[in-house]
Ligand binder design. Structure first.
Ligand SMILES: *Cc1c(COP(=O)(O)O)cnc(C)c1O
Length: 452
């Protein structure tokens, strides 16, 4: 029998009759397997830390979201938000499920093309498209979502020289009752700017107005604003029909659905508060169907959902480096996953679990990453079991934004491994090495030598 580990006894003040907000403290359940694969094996094989992506969770979540919309509305199309996670393997799971690509830079645009997405299935958003980006998008018949008047005039200029008629939509920012307002992108609805832009597009003759777009925020914790936004966009569609006899092909409601992660400082866990896909679908589709748009004129409904589709599919596994006592007696646990690998710990209280069964004992702890930087805190206050040096842990729901906003800072970025639907393991991005980092650097001749 394996010898039991010693655990130092701790004395804590009893707060009689004051259970925490979730009742009496309960045991932290370990996560020992991901999709049936032992966490221990994953770390032995691919190192620590390591990112794990579950292909079956992506497919399951996508199908849940798609069903929520397609069961309520006749024409639905998802477009994968590249900036949420643009590892090619991840994008291609979404493309295999039928998603188009939604990109916000020339780099992301090229990535979608390289993945094999047809130009006319790429939605090009963002305020910073260059002339070269726009030219490419026009030549490929991509859907250009115009952000501001400068861009509109630029596209009109380009359209005079190019043979393809640019396919455009405008991004509309809308007061949906959510504050602070997201009005830095696109044309404002309430002050008439959006209507002005639409009229200019209709008058220019050279542009093909195909859609209307909005993206009202991110991590939206209520579905109501989507209903408000959809009905205001519907008003624009009705206005275009009335004045210009123009039918719009699609209405794009953007992304922003909350994932099940818990925001820092939130009272309840995100898994209890995030609206379901059904809630969001109900708000959007009912607003469109009760609008003045005639039933045979209902546009294709596009969704650019990012984080809510991929957060649950991502994990990061790691190892405890050390435990120590702070000057005030508080327990601190240092782990090998830092902010550089888990950018989202800036705004989420990530769910960290031991990778094997542990005792009932836990202590209010701070969890630090390994970086030599004061800001490297993964959880500032968490009731955490007494993991020891060398013990493994699992942080779940990290599939959104961490593989794009990660930083090559102080340490190298580790392997990203996908577990496919048959439990086969694939490295989908190799860990960095000194060589891959140095590959892009160039040292001038006079700086190549030194003596100390
Ligand atoms: C970031 C972004 C999305 C995805 O947002 P999520 O909050 O991840 O769902 C969709 N559309 C646009 C225009 C975006 O900028």
């Amino acid at each position: 029998m394996e010898k039991l580990h010693f655990e130092r006894p701790i004395i804590t003040k009893i707060k009689a009759g004051v259970p925490s907000k979730f009742g009496i403290q309960s045991k932290v359940e370990p996560i020992t397997h991901i999709d049936g694969v032992p966490v221990k094996d994953l770390i032995e094989k691919f190192g620590s830390p390591v990112y794990i992506i579950s292909e079956s969770t992506i497919r399951k979540t996508y199908n849940e979201a798609h069903r929520a919309f397609s069961s309520r509305y006749p024409k639905v199309q998802f477009a994968w938000s590249y900036k949420t996670n643009y590892l090619n393997a991840v994008c291609n799971v979404f493309h295999q499920e039928g998603s188009w690509a939604e990109v916000v830079s020339g780099f992301e645009y090229d990535k979608a093309i390289a993945n094999g997405v047809p130009g006319n299935n790429i939605i090009f958003n963002g305020p910073g498209k260059t002339i070269a980006d726009l030219t490419k998008a026009i030549n490929n018949d991509s859907l250009i979502h115009i952000d501001h008047f400068e861009e509109l005039y630029q596209i009109i200029e380009l359209s005079k020289k190019l043979t393809n008629k640019p396919k455009v939509a405008i991004r509309v920012n809308i007061d949906t009752g959510i504050y602070p307002r997201w009005d830095r992108f696109g044309f404002n609805y309430e002050n008439g700017e959006a209507w002005d832009a639409l009229n200019r597009i209709m008058l220019s003759k050279n542009l093909d107005l195909v859609g209307l777009h909005t993206h009202i925020g991110t991590y939206m914790m209520s579905s109501d604003p989507y209903g408000v936004a959809a009905s205001k966009l519907a008003n624009l569609i009705v206005g275009l029909k009335r004045k210009h006899h123009r039918s719009i092909k699609y209405i794009d409601m953007g992304g922003g659905f909350a994932s099940k992660n818990t925001l820092r400082g939130a009272y309840y866990p995100g898994s209890d508060t995030a609206p379901s896909f059904d809630d969001f679908a109900e708000a959007i589709t009912s607003a469109l169907m009760k609008s003045e748009i005639k039933p045979d004129n209902l546009p294709l409904l596009i969704l650019e959902t990012g984080r809510a589709l991929v957060d649950d599919a991502g994990y990061i596994l790691g190892t405890v480096i050390a435990n120590k006592r702070m000057a005030n007696g508080r327990r601190a646990t240092i782990i090998d996953v830092g902010l550089n690998l888990l950018f989202t710990s800036f705004w989420y209280e990530h769910d960290i679990r031991p990778a094997k069964p542990v005792s009932e004992q836990s202590e209010d702890s701070t969890i630090y990453g390994p970086l030599c930087m004061n800001i490297d805190i993964i959880r500032s206050s968490i009731r955490f079991p007494l993991l020891k040096k060398g013990d493994n842990f699992v942080i779940r729901r990290i599939g959104a934004y961490n593989n794009t906003q990660w930083l090559q800072f102080i340490t190298l970025r580790p392997n990203v491994v996908m577990i496919d639907t048959k439990k086969n393991l694939h490295i989908i991005k190799k860990s960095e090495t000194l060589e891959t980092i140095n590959m892009l650097e160039q040292t001038p001749d006079h700086l190549k030598k030194f003596e100390l």
